[in-house]
Design a protein around this ligand. Structure first.
Ligand SMILES: C[S@@+](CC[C@H](N)C(=O)[O-])C[C@H]1O[C@@H](n2cnc3c(N)ncnc32)[C@H](O)[C@@H]1O
Length: 301
């Protein structure tokens, strides 16, 4: 099933839910606007780092400027994509066949459904992104693809995401689900309470579910480079922040971390045929973790 119906969040930003007042930065008309070629977009910039073609001159200029100051950002993007593939294969091997991909981004090569359905043909993937053009592009590309939906919604509003038809009609929350937060939580400010948001997704998942998180962190970058990285996204509709690893651990509340825990991106279960050292370890300036939801969620972590 490819979801080509109106998005879960409609024009004007029907956000609702108790979190509504604290949603920062993005205006309600975000949902009404079309493709914005004047401002760079986080999704298109990420696509460009990965060598995709779904980007405009304004995105390439922003990225090229940033890479001049912080070449590590490209290593981060590639290491994130490589982690995504390893993590999906790991989860499929653990019997997971349902994925809720938050902040799914532009479909480039190696998307969640491609990796998952190769390992487990019955796998179901619900993609969610706030950007109308990401959603439009994804729907066009996925037309005819079975067991995949695309929903336009703000992941900071879990109630709306979890009630969207593209999610409720595809995923069965009485069975384990993997929630993916791959390079999306840098777009959620502290003011929006990302641990609280992730706890609400956790509470909708049964024991045996998983949460995968990857996040930018300064391992080799100077304070100046962190500033440049954050600054490069100020003109987008979705600014970013980097966090320290201790803060990133807080984004998996109540989850037991599977081995090897929260580690630099290339060190998360490297596969024998991939030379992790090729991209550097710390130079990816990102960490990743996969959490498992036990019968009794951990309250202290
Ligand atoms: C780095 S990109 C893509 C990450 C993608 N998970 C991947 O691994 O390729 C981040 C994406 O998050 C989306 N995004 C940012 N803030 C969001 C929000 N509040 N709700 C939903 N999507 C959001 C952006 O539109 C962008 O497509």
């Amino acid at each position: 099933m490819t979801d080509v119906r109106p998005p879960g969040v409609r024009g004007g930003g029907a956000r609702g839910g108790p979190h509504r007042s604290s949603l920062s930065r993005m205006s309600g008309d975000m949902y009404a606007r079309g493709v914005d070629m004047q401002c760079p977009s986080a999704a298109r910039m990420f696509d460009y780092y990965l060598g995709g073609t779904a980007n405009f001159a304004v995105d390439r200029q922003a990225v090229d400027r940033l890479l001049g100051e912080v070449p590590e950002v490209q290593v981060y993007a590639r290491a994130t994509r490589a982690f995504l593939g390893r993590m999906i294969r790991f989860l499929c091997d653990r019997g997971i066949d349902q994925f809720l991909d938050l902040g799914s981004g532009m479909p480039t090569v190696g998307n969640v459904h491609e990796v998952a359905q190769r390992r487990c043909p019955e796998a179901r993937v619900a993609y969610v992104d706030i950007e109308p053009e990401v959603v439009a592009h994804s729907r066009q590309l996925l037309r005819g693809t079975e067991r995949v939906t695309v929903t336009q919604a703000d992941i900071r509003d879990p109630e709306t995401v979890l009630a969207a038809p593209g999610v409720t009609e595809l995923l069965d929350f009485s069975r384990p689900v993997a929630v993916l937060a791959v390079s999306i939580l840098p777009y959620v400010s502290d003011e929006d309470d990302p641990p609280g948001i992730m706890a609400r997704y956790r509470d909708s998942c049964p024991a045996g579910s998983y949460l995968a998180v990857s996040h930018g962190t300064a391992l080799t970058m100077s304070a100046e480079q962190v500033h440049s990285s954050e600054n490069a996204y100020r003109d987008t509709h979705t600014p970013v922040i980097m966090r320290d690893p201790e803060r990133i651990r807080e984004l998996l509340p109540g989850y037991e971390l599977v081995e090897p825990g929260l580690v630099p991106l290339p060190e998360w279960r490297p596969e024998p045929d991939v030379n992790a050292a090729q991209d550097g370890t710390d130079s990816a300036n990102g960490v990743a973790a996969v959490g498992y939801l036990p019968d009794e969620p951990l309250r202290a972590w």
